[in-house]
Write a protein that binds this ligand. Structure first.
Ligand code: XMP
Length: 325
């Protein structure tokens, strides 16, 4: 029988058996999946778990603060925040290929976790070793990274196909058989607040795979602004629950001519990609109200420097994936 209660009990037992007296770390991304995975593992092994939040500079506006405050308040987990912005920017410099970006981000995540592991050990050297890494991998991540049977590799999810081969950790992936809606139910059952459980999905590689072209600090800042405006207006319009997610994408290598103020501009387009979905395996583009789109478009072109055009993605999945990279 599939019930959230059964899933939780089964996983808690399996995690305890796997970890024993050793310690584990869990990468928190601010998203639903890692939050639920962390809460589940914490329930199983308590203070043997330390959560690690990697601030890679690819997060959206306000996200780091949200993890630092809200998640810790909700769960009481031990949290370690690592500022790795420079490191990720350096590793991504000059790279525009989507798969290469995903692999670099996956690899850098692991390197930062290894560093965090060393620090945690150094802080309590007599305690049991830190051997496990918890990840919020879901069933669709496994399938789409080619880990399922007979499926093509569509994208290397940062936590599946993007892992380096010399991984030193043993993985704990308690959500590996679940779909998103099931994960949300498990999270609610574990007592996580609505704001966390009902959050829209956001990919682990963050804004790094929403810049078509090379990732730079300037481009990230620009995209962060545009994304914050889109989110603000979608929330204000009460559309958060109707829309599965709305990636905001910067076409950094494309320019088009515009006229702003009293002059010609030659700026970048921003793509809005609102989608409706049940499980992200398939999706349809959301027929959202024109007046909301108009407001987002006006605000982005007025408020974000170097953006002079906003376009709407009207492609389903398939043939388009939800993210552009
Ligand atoms: P695609 O673009 O494959 O996205 O249609 C399906 C869903 O997965 C999210 N996504 C990711 N989530 N790590 C994640 O945690 C990743 O590497 C990743 N890539 C895509 C995407 O936002 C959508 O919800």
């Amino acid at each position: 029988d599939w019930t959230t209660g059964n899933v939780i009990e089964e996983q808690i037992e399996a995690i305890r058996a796997q970890v024993g007296e050793k310690r584990a770390i869990c990468g928190l991304s601010g998203g639903v999946d890692s939050a639920v995975a962390a809460a589940l593992v914490q329930k199983a092994i308590g203070s043997q778990l330390t959560c690690v939040y990697v601030d890679h500079g690819l997060m959206r506006k306000g996200e780091t603060e949200q993890v630092e405050k809200d998640f810790v308040a909700a769960t009481g987990v031990q949290l370690k925040v690592v500022d790795a912005q420079e490191r990720f920017l350096k590793a991504l410099a000059g790279v525009s290929d989507p798969e290469e970006k995903r692999k670099i981000i996956g690899r850098e995540f692991i390197r930062v976790f290894e560093q965090a592991q060393a620090e945690i050990v150094a802080e309590a050297p007599d305690d049991h070793p830190v051997e496990f890494l918890v990840q919020g991998t879901l069933y669709p991540d496994v399938v789409e990274s080619g880990g399922g049977t007979g499926t093509a590799n569509i994208k290397s999810h940062h936590n599946v196909g993007g892992l380096p081969e010399d991984l030193e950790f043993q993985l704990i992936e308690p959500l590996r058989k679940l779909f998103k809606d099931e994960v949300r139910m498990v999270g609610a059952e574990l007592g996580l607040p609505e704001e966390i459980v009902q959050r829209q999905p956001f990919p682990g590689p963050g804004l790094g795979i929403r810049i078509v072209g090379e990732v730079t600090k300037e481009r990230l800042d620009l995209l962060r602004e545009a994304d914050a405006i889109a989110r603000e207006e979608l929330t204000a319009a009460g559309l958060d629950r109707d829309i599965w997610q709305c990636p905001v994408v910067l076409l950094a290598d494309v320019r088009s001519v515009g006229v702003q103020g009293d002059g010609r501009t030659y700026g970048h387009p921003i793509v809005l990609r609102p989608v409706s979905s049940e499980d992200a395996m398939t999706a349809d583009w959301t027929r959202m109200p024109y007046d909301v789109l108009a407001k987002i478009s006006t605000r982005i072109t007025n408020e974000v420097k170097d953006v002079n055009r906003v376009v709407l993605d009207v492609t389903s999945k398939p043939p388009g994936t939800i993210e552009w990279e």
